[in-house]
Design a protein around this ligand. Structure first.
Ligand SMILES: C[S@@+](CC[C@H](N)C(=O)[O-])C[C@H]1O[C@@H](n2cnc3c(N)ncnc32)[C@H](O)[C@@H]1O
Length: 756
C-alpha cells in the first residue's frame, strides 16, 4: 500500500524534490538535467535491461539513493544495537514529520545476513540537511564514528559477502580506498574467529593512490582491528609477500581471498555522483579495460590454488565487466573458474552476466567485432573488449556473473563475479614444475623449455618501474631468466622503496624499560606479547600500538619490500602524572575490544547508573557512585583504569558488556572517550547524551540563578567550570559539568593524544 516499484513509499519523490530544490548540490544537477543520450543508446543496445523495464531503469537512475548501513557484526554489542534499531529507540529518532509526512521506518535488506543490513527511504541529503532528521543524523554519525555501524551503499556490501572470508584467511584487498569493503572484510575476519581469540589471518588493504590510503586509516581505525595493514602499491605489480628471510630460498605468501574492486567508469553510481551524467561517454569502458585486466590478472597470480577472488565494478558496462572476466578465463586456460554464488544472497534481484554485448565508438557508432575496428581507432580498442567466441561461451559460463540493476531494488548499479583458482596458472613456476615432473620422461626438450622463469615468479625485489618494463601486452608478463645451462643468478639485495616517507614501524624489545611498568600496572597476560607492540618514532614513545601475531610476522619479513602505511590499534598513550610514578602510560578506548581480556588489573565493575554518571559527567566525585564502586576505587591507586558494566540477574539490560577507559583521580573519576563513544555507550545504556546534557545544564543554570538572586554566587564554582581540563576529546564532548573539578592536574593533558 502506498508503495511504488522499487519499494519506495509514495512520499519519497515528494521529499526528494523538496530537498533537491534550492540546495547547492541539487541546483547544479536538478532532476531535469540528469540525462545522457549516448548513455541511453549504449545501454538500450546492450539489451540486458528488458524493453518494458527501460523507463523504470532510466528514471530510477535520476533519483538519489536511499541511506543504507550495516551493523558491524563482530562487536558483542551488535545484538543490542539491532534491538534498538528494530524497537522503540529508532522509532523515537524518526518521530518527526517532513512536509507533513512521517519519516519512513527502516527496512531490512533481505539478502544481508543476520538482519545486519538496513535501508532508510531517505536520501543522504535529506538526512544531513533537514532539521527533522537531526536526531537520526546524530545517531548515524556517532555510531559510524565508533565503528558500530558502517554507512555503505547496499550493492557495495555484496563483494566482501561473497568472498566468504574466514578468520584464518590471508586476505588482499587490491584497490581498497576509501575502505568501505575493507571494513567489511575485517569484520568477517573477526566474526568467524573463535570467541575471545584473535583471527590468525589478516587483511592487507592496498591502494595505488597514496592520499587515498590515508582515507582508509580512519575507516580501519574505527574497527579497532590489530589484524589489518594498509599498504600503497600499484595493484598491477603488487609485490609478493615474503614469509621467510632466507635470501637463497625465499618463500612467498599466496592469498586465500582477494578482492579486486577495480577502478571503473562508475556509471552505476549516477544516483549519488550526479556528474557522471555529464561526463559519461562510450569510450570510458574501453579506456579502463586494460588496467582492469592487469589488476585481475595480478590478483589471480597471487591467489592460492583453492582460493577465491571477487572481481567487482560499480559500472554496468560489459567492456569493464564480462570482457575482463572472459579475458582472465581465456588466458588461465581452465585454471580459473567462475563460481555461482546466488545462494549466498537469498532475495537479491540481479540479472545474469551476458555472453554477447556491443562496443561503441566515441561518436556513438556500433562496432560489431575486432575485425571491424576502423583503422584510425585501432589503438582505442583492445581486441579483448569484444564478446567471446561461440566455443568460448560454453566453457566460460559468464551467466554466473551478477549485474544488479538500480530499479530492481532501489540501489546503485553494480557488477560482481566470483572466481576460484582450481590449479596453477599456465606459465607459472608451479605449473611448469608440475609439467616438468610429467614431461621429463616423455619429452626432454619440452622439460628444458619449462625451466625458464615463470611470470608468477617474477623478481620480487624489482621496483614497480622495473616490473612495468618487463611487461608485454594483454597483461601477460615476461622476464628473461637465465639461459638454460647458465648458473642461476644470485638473489638480489632488497631495493629501497622509492618515495616512501612513512615513519618506521618499530617493534618493542623485551628489554625496553617502558614495557615492564605497563605490563605490571595493568597486569597484562602473556598473550599481549611485547613483540606485538610497536611505535612510530625513534624520538619518543608517545603511543604504543598492538598488532596480531600474523601481522607481526608479515612486517618482520617485508619491511624493505612493502610500503606500509598503517597498522595496529593504539593500545597505550603516554600520559605521565606525579600521582602515578609507577607507569607513564594510560590505556586507550581503541584497544579495549582487543585487549580487555588481557588486562587483569585496574578494572572497575560498575552498575548501569554509575556508568551513566561516569560517562556523562566531567569529573564526578567518587562519592557520587554506588558503595560497591567506591569500595573498588578506594582499593585502587590513582591512574588509568577501565570501567566495565556487565549484565547480571539484577541488571539484565543492556544484555552486553559496556566498557570504557577512564581515570581514577584523587577524589574523582573521569571517562576518556570521544563524544561518539560516549553517545554510543549511553545509547546502549538506554540514555541520550544530548538529553542528559540539556537536563543537567538546565538544573545548573537554575541553581546559579537562585544563588545570584541571593547575591551569593560561588565564584570558585564558576572558575572551576571555566577551567575544565583540556582533553584530546574536548572539542567533541558536551560534558555535563560537575560540582567541582578534581584531577585536572593529575593527567598531563599535553601528552594525551587523540583517541578520536
Ligand atoms: C572503486 S575504487 C575502490 C573502492 C573500495 N574498494 C571501497 O569499497 O571503498 C577503486 C580504487 O582503485 C584505486 N586504483 C586505481 N588504480 C589502481 C591500481 N593500479 N592499483 C591499485 N589500486 C588502484 C583507486 O585509487 C581507487 O581508490
Amino acid at each position: 500500500m502506498g508503495k511504488r516499484k522499487g519499494g519506495k513509499d509514495k512520499h519519497y519523490y515528494k521529499r526528494e524534490k523538496k530537498f533537491n530544490r534550492g540546495s547547492k548540490v541539487g541546483e547544479a544537477y536538478d532532476l531535469g538535467k540528469r540525462d545522457n543520450e549516448l548513455f541511453a543508446k549504449f545501454y538500450k543496445g546492450q539489451g540486458f535491461v528488458p524493453e518494458d523495464e527501460w523507463n523504470n531503469f532510466y528514471e530510477t537512475l535520476k533519483t538519489t539513493l536511499p541511506v543504507t548501513f550495516r551493523i558491524t557484526g563482530y562487536k558483542s554489542q551488535s545484538e543490542e544495537l539491532l534491538k534498538n534499531i528494530k524497537g522503540k529507540f529508532f522509532s523515537n529518532l524518526l518521530d518527526e514529520k517532513v512536509d507533513g509526512e512521517a519519516l519512513p521506518p527502516p527496512k531490512q535488506l533481505p539478502w544481508y545476513p543476520n538482519e545486519l543490513g538496513w535501508q532508510l527511504d531517505l536520501s543522504r541529503k535529506v538526512v544531513r540537511s533537514s532539521e527533522q532528521c537531526s536526531k537520526l543524523h546524530d545517531f548515524l554519525v556517532a555510531e559510524t564514528e565508533c565503528g558500530s555501524i558502517s554507512r555503505q551503499e547496499a550493492v557495495s556490501m555484496i563483494p566482501p559477502l561473497v568472498l566468504d572470508v574466514q578468520s584464518h584467511h590471508k586476505v588482499l584487498d587490491m584497490c581498497a580506498a576509501p575502505g568501505s569493503k575493507t571494513a567489511q572484510l575485517i569484520e568477517y575476519l573477526h566474526s568467524t574467529a573463535p570467541a575471545g581469540e584473535l583471527p590468525t589471518g589478516y587483511v592487507i588493504a592496498n591502494d595505488t593512490d597514496n592520499k587515498r590510503c590515508y582515507l582508509m586509516v580512519h575507516q580501519v581505525k574505527r574497527l579497532q582491528s590489530p589484524c589489518c595493514v594498509i599498504v600503497n602499491h600499484d595493484g598491477t605489480f603488487f609485490p609478493k609477500i615474503r614469509t621467510n628471510s632466507d635470501e637463497s630460498n625465499p618463500e612467498y605468501q599466496l592469498f586465500d581471498r582477494i578482492l579486486c574492486d577495480v577502478p571503473c567508469s562508475g556509471d552505476g553510481t549516477m544516483r549519488k555522483n550526479f556528474d557522471v551524467w555529464n561526463k559519461w561517454h562510450p569510450l570510458q569502458g574501453a579506456n579502463l579495460h586494460g588496467l582492469q585486466c592487469k589488476i585481475l590478472r595480478r590478483g589471480c597470480q597471487l591467489l592460492a590454488v583453492g582460493g577465491r577472488i571477487v572481481y567487482s565494478t560499480c559500472s554496468l558496462n560489459p567492456e569493464e565487466d564480462e570482457a575482463v572476466i572472459a579475458e582472465m578465463l581465456r588466458t588461465s586456460e581452465g585454471a580459473m573458474e567462475l563460481v555461482d554464488v546466488k545462494d549466498m544472497l537469498p532475495g537479491l534481484k540481479f540479472t545474469k552476466g551476458v555472453s554477447t554485448w556491443k562496443v561503441m565508438t566515441r561518436a556513438g557508432e556500433w562496432i560489431e567485432s575486432a575485425s571491424e575496428i576502423p583503422a584510425p581507432m585501432q589503438t582505442q580498442f583492445k581486441h579483448t573488449i569484444f564478446p567471446p567466441k561461440p566455443e568460448e561461451v560454453e566453457t566460460f559460463h559468464l551467466d554466473r556473473c551478477m549485474r544488479i540493476l538500480p530499479h530492481h531494488q532501489d540501489t546503485g548499479g553494480f557488477f560482481v563475479a566470483v572466481l576460484q583458482k582450481v590449479t596453477h596458472l599456465p606459465g607459472s613456476k608451479e605449473a611448469k614444475s608440475e609439467a616438468t615432473a610429467t614431461q621429463t620422461s616423455e619429452d626432454p626438450n619440452k622439460a628444458e623449455e619449462s625451466k625458464k622463469e615463470s611470470t608468477e615468479n617474477q623478481d620480487e625485489t624489482a621496483t614497480e618501474e622495473q616490473q612495468a618494463n618487463s611487461e608485454t601486452n594483454n597483461g601477460r608478463e615476461k622476464r628473461k631468466g637465465p639461459a638454460s645451462g647458465e648458473e642461476p643468478r644470485p638473489p638480489k639485495k632488497p631495493k629501497k622503496l622509492h618515495g616512501y616517507k612513512e615513519d618506521p614501524f618499530l617493534f618493542m624489545e623485551e628489554t625496553d624499560p617502558a614495557w615492564k611498568p605497563i605490563q605490571s600496572f595493568f597486569g597484562l597476560t602473556e598473550s599481549c606479547a611485547v613483540n606485538q607492540i610497536l611505535f612510530r618514532s625513534m624520538q619518543g614513545k608517545r603511543s604504543l600500538y598492538f598488532v596480531s601475531k600474523a601481522v607481526r610476522e608479515l612486517t618482520r619479513f617485508n619491511e624493505d619490500r612493502i610500503r606500509f602505511i598503517n597498522m595496529g590499534v593504539k593500545a597505550f598513550s603516554r600520559s605521565p602524572s606525579p600521582l602515578v610514578p609507577e607507569c607513564d602510560f594510560r590505556i586507550t578506548q581503541e584497544c579495549l575490544g582487543t585487549l580487555l581480556n588481557n588486562i587483569t588489573k585496574r578494572k572497575v565493575y560498575i552498575s548501569k547508573q554509575d556508568a551513566i554518571i561516569v560517562i556523562s559527567q566531567e569529573n564526578p566525585f567518587i562519592g557520587k557512585l554506588s558503595e560497591e564502586s567506591q569500595a573498588q576505587l578506594h582499593a585502587m591507586t590513582p591512574g588509568s583504569c577501565v570501567f566495565l558494566f556487565t549484565p547480571s540477574e539484577k541488571e539484565p539490560s543492556p544484555n552486553c558488556e559496556v566498557c570504557f577507559c577512564g581515570w581514577r583521580g584523587k577524589n574523582s573519576v573521569r571517562c576518556f572517550g570521544s563524544r561518539s563513544e560516549r553517545a554510543h555507550a549511553l545509547m546502549l545504556l538506554g540514555e541520550d547524551l544530548k538529553e542528559i546534557n540539556k537536563k543537567v545544564e538546565a538544573e545548573r543554570k537554575a541553581k546559579l540563578l537562585a544563588l545570584e538572586a541571593q547575591g551569593d554566587v560561588d565564584k570558585e564554582l564558576k572558575e572551576d567550570n571555566d577551567s575544565m581540563p583540556v582533553d584530546d576529546n574536548d572539542e567533541q564532548i558536551d560534558f555535563v559539568e560537575s560540582d567541582k573539578v578534581d584531577g585536572v592536574d593529575e593527567v598531563n593533558m599535553d601528552e594525551v593524544e587523540s583517541t578520536v
